[in-house]
Design a protein around this ligand. Structure first.
Ligand code: NAD
Length: 492
C-alpha cells in the first residue's frame, strides 16, 4: 500500500440518520490527526434533541421498514452485499481510518477493512441459521422459545480500532433484525460514517443503521438513557463501562454488553519452543497499535533462566520498529492517540521508575518531526505486583517483566486483582498449558500464540472487571436477541 497525502482525503462530517447526513448547529468538537496533531475537521455534538431524533428514526425504521420481518435469507443477502461493498471500498475506508486514527495505512487496508468485512459476512450467515428452540414437553403440550430482535440497540465504540470495534457491535445486531444507533469515539468519527453509507447502498433500509456524533458525557449518556433503546452494547474503559451500567439501571433497566479494559499476562516457560518466535509474539503483542489494544500482552512473566535471553531479543525487535505518520507506507509503530494520553503513559512509567523499577529499553518519546505523540517501546524490569505499571492499564507500548521459579508462582502472578481479559501461555508441556487454561481467570487464553485469527466463532470478552458478555461468536449474535417462551396446550 502506498503512502497518501493526508490533506487530499475528502471528509464528510455530520450525523447519519435515516440514510442521510444531518448537519446541526450548536456545539462542535474539533478532531485532530494523531500522527501530527493537526485539527482537520469538526463534528457536531448531538444533544438530547438530536439523540432523540436518531433513536426515534431507528425505532420507526425497526417497526416499519420491514428489516425485522423480512425473510432472514434476504437479510443475510443484503449483509453479504454490505460486506462486499466494504471490501471494495478499502482504498477510501482505509484512508479515512488511517487519517484519523492510530492505524497505519498498510494495516488499515491489509487488516482492518478486510476484518470488518469478514465480521459482517460472518454474522450474515447467522441470520437464517439460528432461531429459537422447541422444548421437551409431554405430548399434550408444545413448548417453544422464539428468538426476536430487541428493537433499537445503542452501540458505543472506542477509538483504538474504529471500524473493527464498530463492526463487532453492528453486524450481529443487524443480522438479528435490530436497528442500531452507533456513537463512535469523538476522536475517530469519520470511517464509521462511510460504513453506514455503504450499509444503505447495500440495501439495509434507511434508519436501520444510524451514526450520531458527540462526546460521552452528553451524547453517550443521552443515548444509553433514551427510553426507546432496548439494549446497550459498549466497548471502552472499565470506568466508563461502570457508569454506563449505572445509567442503564437508573433509566429503566436494560441489558448491557460491556467489553472493557485489560492488563493481560504473557507467561513464558523455559521449555517454550523457538525462543525467537516467542520474542516476536511477546513484542508484537505490546507494540501492535502502539499497545493501544484492549488485549495487549502488557505483563511478561518469564521463568527466571529465560529472562535475560528473552529480554535481549525483545529489545532487538523493539529497535526495528519505525515510528511514523499513519499515512506513510513504511510506518510500523503507531502514534499515541492524543497528547494527554502520551503524558499519562509518561507519568506511569516515570512514577514506576521512581519507585525502584529499572528501565531496560525505551522510556522516551520518539521524535518524528511532527506534533504527533510517539512513544518508544519500553521494557521495565525490577517491578512487583504493586508497581503502578504492573497494576494499571497503560494503553501504550509499555511491557513489564517479572520472573518466576515455579508454576504456582507464575499462576499467582498472572491473576490480576481487577482485570481478566486475555492471557498467553508459552510452553511445550501440554499438561501445563491445560492447567493454565483451567487456572487463569481470563476470558481468552492463547497457547503458544498471542492474538486472534479470523475464526470469529471464538468469542471475546472479559472476566472480572474486564467486561460482561461477549463480542464475536454465536454468543454475540444471541445477545442481540431476546427469547420469548411459548407454551401451547394441545388437548382437545
Ligand atoms: P472510553 O471509555 O474513554 O470511551 C469509549 C466510548 O465511550 C467513547 O465513544 C466515548 O465517547 C464514550 N463515553 C465516554 N463516557 C461515556 C459516558 N459516560 N456515557 C456513554 N458513553 C461514554 O474508552 P477509549 O479511551 O475510547 O478506549 C480505550 C479503552 O477501551 C481501553 O480501556 C480498552 O481496554 C478498552 N477496549 C476494550 C475492548 C474489549 O474488547 N474489551 C476493545 C477495545 C478497547
Amino acid at each position: 500500500m502506498d503512502s497518501f497525502n493526508p490533506d487530499d482525503v475528502a471528509i464528510r462530517s455530520g450525523h447519519y440518520i435515516g440514510g442521510e447526513y444531518v448537519e446541526a448547529g450548536g456545539r462542535r468538537i474539533e478532531v485532530a490527526r494523531p500522527s501530527d496533531g493537526v485539527v482537520y475537521a469538526t463534528v457536531p455534538l448531538a444533544d438530547a434533541g438530536m439523540v432523540d431524533r436518531a433513536v426515534e428514526n431507528a425505532w420507526q425504521a425497526f417497526r416499519h421498514s420491514g428489516w425485522a420481518r423480512m425473510a432472514p435469507r434476504e437479510r443475510a443477502k443484503i449483509l453479504r452485499r454490505f460486506a462486499e461493498l466494504v471490501e471494495a471500498d478499502a482504498p477510501t475506508l482505509g484512508r479515512l481510518e488511517a487519517l484519523g486514527s492510530t492505524r497505519p495505512i498498510a494495516q488499515a487496508i491489509g487488516w482492518d477493512v478486510p476484518f470488518t468485512a469478514e465480521g459482517i459476512r460472518f454474522y450474515a450467515e447467522f441470520a437464517d441459521k439460528l432461531g429459537g428452540d422447541v422444548a421437551a414437553t409431554d405430548h399434550d403440550h408444545l413448548g417453544m422459545t422464539i428468538a426476536e430482535p430487541y428493537g433499537v440497540i445503542g452501540a458505543i465504540a472506542p477509538w483504538n480500532f474504529p471500524l473493527v470495534m464498530a463492526s463487532w457491535k453492528i453486524a450481529p445486531a443487524l443480522a438479528a433484525g435490530n436497528a442500531v444507533v452507533l456513537k463512535p469515539s469523538e476522536m475517530t468519527p469519520f470511517s464509521v460514517l462511510r460504513l453506514a453509507e455503504l450499509a444503505v447502498q447495500a440495501g439495509v433500509p434507511a434508519g436501520i443503521f444510524n451514526v450520531i456524533q458527540g462526546d460521552g458525557r452528553v451524547t453517550g449518556d443521552e443515548l444509553v438513557r433514551h427510553p426507546k433503546i432496548s439494549k446497550v452494547t459498549f466497548t471502552g474503559s472499565t470506568r466508563t463501562g461502570a457508569s454506563i451500567m449505572a445509567a442503564c439501571a437508573n433509566s429503566g433497566t436494560r441489558p448491557v454488553t460491556l467489553e472493557l479494559g485489560g492488563k493481560s499476562p504473557q507467561i513464558v516457560f523455559a521449555d517454550a519452543p523457538r525462543l525467537d518466535d516467542v520474542a516476536r509474539r511477546i513484542a508484537g503483542a505490546i507494540t501492535g497499535n502502539a499497545g493501544q489494544v484492549c488485549v495487549a500482552g502488557s505483563r511478561l512473566l518469564v521463568e527466571r533462566s529465560l529472562a535475560e535471553p528473552l529480554a535481549e531479543r525483545i529489545g532487538k525487535i523493539f529497535a526495528e520498529l519505525k515510528p511514523g505518520a499513519t499515512w506513510a507506507a513504511g510506518t510500523t509503530l503507531s502514534p499515541i492517540i492524543s497528547a494527554p494520553q502520551a503524558a499519562r503513559i509518561e507519568g506511569i512509567v516515570g512514577r514506576t521508575l521512581e519507585a525502584g523499577a529499572t528501565l531496560r529499553y525505551g522510556g522516551v518519546r520518539a521524535d518524528v518531526g511532527s506534533n504527533g505523540a510517539f512513544y518508544t517501546p519500553t521494557l521495565l524490569t525490577n517491578v512487583t505486583a504493586h508497581s503502578e505499571a504492573v497494576r494499571e492499564e497503560i494503553f501504550g507500548p509499555v511491557l513489564t517483566l517479572q520472573t518466576f521459579d515455579t508454576e504456582e508462582e507464575a499462576l499467582a502472578l498472572a491473576q490480576h486483582p481487577e482485570y481478566g481479559l486475555a492471557a498467553g501461555v508459552h510452553t511445550a508441556d501440554l499438561g501445563r498449558a491445560l492447567r493454565f487454561v483451567r487456572g487463569l481467570e481470563a476470558g481468552t487464553v492463547w497457547v503458544n500464540r498471542y492474538g486472534r485469527t479470523s475464526d470469529f466463532m471464538i468469542p471475546t470478552g472479559g472476566y472480572k472487571r474486564s467486561g460482561i458478555g461477549k463480542d464475536l461468536g454465536r454468543q454475540a449474535y444471541e445477545a442481540n436477541l431476546r427469547f420469548k417462551s411459548v407454551l401451547i396446550d394441545l388437548r382437545p
